[in-house]
Design a protein around this ligand. Structure first.
Ligand code: NI
Length: 229
């Protein structure tokens, strides 16, 4: 399931990120790629161990934990330190079809996670560049994703995906992976759908409506049943 979450970062935050990133040194994106993906990856990224990447990564993590919809969709157990990349038209940048590595270790923090979900947080507005669509394949076909700056998409890390060539301008993004407390994607999707419906009922009936209280109990009991913590 693909889940888009709008306005995780404000436009002011995005502008601040871009100012800081424009002044930072970039390196070849293949430094963090696995063997297969290195063959099809052509982009640049902030060095993962650079102070800029770490500081901006912390700001992304703070924004994520303040987003109820993100927490509800991902039920995160551990989030990999966010990375930052850019695709520049002049460089012919793109990222061919690949699957992300199943396990990611961060040498600086010692964090090691199973990658259940991949996340792209867009830091360029769609009109700043042509191409650069994230294309994710699932059971229902191919999905093209290009979101407003500050919005993010969550997709199963197990899916084949690519980024089409950028033919004008520059596509800047943060990307990272997370391990969910609920490993099974189908179970996670049911919990998310239930929570979305409960939030809609709370709007209409209030939080103390007896049936809403019961459904909220079911929500927590499903997490209790499926969560690995
Ligand atoms: Ni990928």
């Amino acid at each position: 399931m693909l889940i888009c979450i709008p306005a995780v970062l404000s436009k002011d935050d995005v502008a601040d990120f871009r100012r800081i990133m424009d002044a930072a040194p970039w390196e070849d994106g293949r430094s963090t790629a696995g063997a297969q993906s290195a063959m099809v990856k052509r982009n640049e990224q902030l060095p993962p161990d650079s102070e800029v990447a770490r500081k901006l990564g912390h700001r992304v993590l703070s924004a994520l934990t303040a987003s109820p919809r993100f927490i509800s969709a991902a039920i995160p157990q551990q989030i990999f330190p966010p990375l930052f990349n850019r695709y520049v038209a002049a460089g012919g940048h793109h990222f061919g079809l690949h699957v992300d590595n199943a396990v990611r270790g961060d040498p600086l923090t010692g964090v090691r996670i199973r990658t259940d979900l991949s996340v792209t947080l867009f830091l360029s507005e769609p009109d700043e560049y042509d191409g650069g669509e994230l294309v994710v394949e699932d059971l229902y076909g191919s999905h093209e994703i290009k979101l407003a700056a500050g919005d993010l998409v969550l997709y199963p890390a197990s899916s084949l995906h690519l980024v089409t060539p950028v033919t004008r301008g520059m596509r800047v993004a943060s990307f990272f992976w997370l391990q969910s407390m609920v490993r099974d994607a189908h179970a996670r999707s049911l919990i998310f759908d239930l929570d979305t419906s409960i939030q809609a009922l709370v709007e209409r009936l209030g939080r103390d409506d007896p049936e809403t209280v019961k459904l909220t109990g079911i929500y927590h009991n499903l997490i209790r049943y499926w969560a690995e913590v």
